[in-house]
Design a protein around this ligand. Structure first.
Ligand SMILES: [Ca+2]
Ligand SMILES: [Ca+2]
Length: 342
């Protein structure tokens, strides 16, 4: 069943080159191929599993060119992409300084709610319970930790954003405070209660928001106006429609966009370039392709050549004609490519 999908849908795939790097005589190409799944609706997690099983992952979209490529493949429908809000990715500011991960949490009822999709930092109320707030737009007093056995907790009553508070604590003391147990929570709460004017203060808990399923660090985003909004505090997965993105409940069922990543390794050949009688220089390049795509498919092979040619052009090498040459003694996936330069 899944195999049939792959075969039927493969016709609609588009390749783009995601990156070219050089490393000690070898050149690596990473070819990203988008595969739209338009005949099936799944939740985001189901779609992710499907893409990981059949291809590489749900799609990462890294630039305007990717958007244009995808727009030629999909009409008005909504479809999942690989972007998700890591709502459980809480970490302590001090973890950056190798503090051990702890699971202790003291959330207020109905928190964290990521109201408006902008709440990625945490404050403590005077009753000792926590809630999430905007790291940039909300200004609060805060509690720093300092490495001093006598007096570890410093309440700063000046109101700052979480990010400003973190910088202040790191500069003046050690860091924003970590709260890793009921005992520590009580100690920090006591410090907060010492000032009657302070009802709420930043602590060191925070998280990153949107992440790509394949781990790509790409910061590219193409949200529609007023999105993401985390409507009803229940939206943590991104879908694309008509070129822009919105956040949706991850249980919604949509079409989706997978990606296949092909890693192409070029090995330099030992023999020198040969010049044909007609004056054409012929270079043989051995390529190793790591891919789930069917390299016996002429369509796939043609597209790999196209992308390779585009990559050569980007490096100022033009007027080349590329051909595949099969090597009988080698496994199916190892082939040589001819580069003719006129
Ligand atoms: Ca909140
Ligand atoms: Ca939304």
């Amino acid at each position: 069943m899944a195999g049939v999908w792959k075969k039927l849908l493969f016709f609609g795939t588009v390749f783009t080159i995601a990156g070219v790097t050089h490393q000690t005589g070898l050149t690596y190409f990473i070819i990203q191929e988008y595969i739209p799944l338009t005949d099936v609706n799944m939740s985001w997690v189901e779609a992710q599993s499907f893409c990981r099983e059949m291809y590489s992952d749900l799609a990462t979209i890294s630039n305007d060119k990717d958007i244009s490529t995808i727009n030629t493949m999909n009409a008005d429908v909504s479809f999942w992409i690989g972007l998700y809000d890591d709502v459980n990715g809480w970490k302590w500011s001090q973890m950056d300084q190798h503090l051990e991960m702890q699971d202790y949490r003291q959330w207020q009822e109905d928190q964290p709610d990521n109201d408006g999709a902008v709440e990625h930092c945490v404050s403590m109320m005077e009753d000792g319970f926590w809630r999430d707030n905007s790291c940039f737009h909300v200004k609060l007093p805060f509690i720093c930790f300092r490495d001093d056995e006598e007096d570890q907790y410093v309440l700063v009553t000046e109101k700052k954003s979480w990010t400003e508070a973190q910088s202040y604590c790191r500069l003046q003391h050690t860091d924003l405070v970590s709260v890793r147990s009921q005992t520590e929570n009580q100690q920090v709460r006591s410090r907060l209660q010492e000032k009657a004017t302070v009802q709420e203060a930043w602590i060191g808990l925070h998280r990153d928001a949107w992440k790509w399923s394949d781990g790509s660090p790409s910061p590219f985003r193409r949200w529609w106006d007023l999105q993401p909004d985390n409507e009803n505090s229940s939206q943590a997965c991104a879908a694309m429609q008509r070129g822009g993105w919105s956040d949706w409940n991850c249980d919604a069922e949509f079409n989706f966009l997978c990606q296949n990543i092909t890693v192409v390794t070029l090995s330099p050949q030992p023999e020198p370039n040969t010049v044909s009688p007609a004056g054409t220089r012929m270079t043989t390049v051995r390529m190793k392709l790591q891919t789930d795509s069917d390299l016996k498919d002429p369509n796939v092979r043609h597209k790999v050549l196209q992308q390779f040619e585009a990559a050569l052009n980007m490096q100022g090498i033009t007027d080349v004609k590329l051909h595949w040459r099969n090597l009988k003694a080698e496994p199916q996936t190892k082939r040589e490519m001819h580069v003719e330069k006129e």
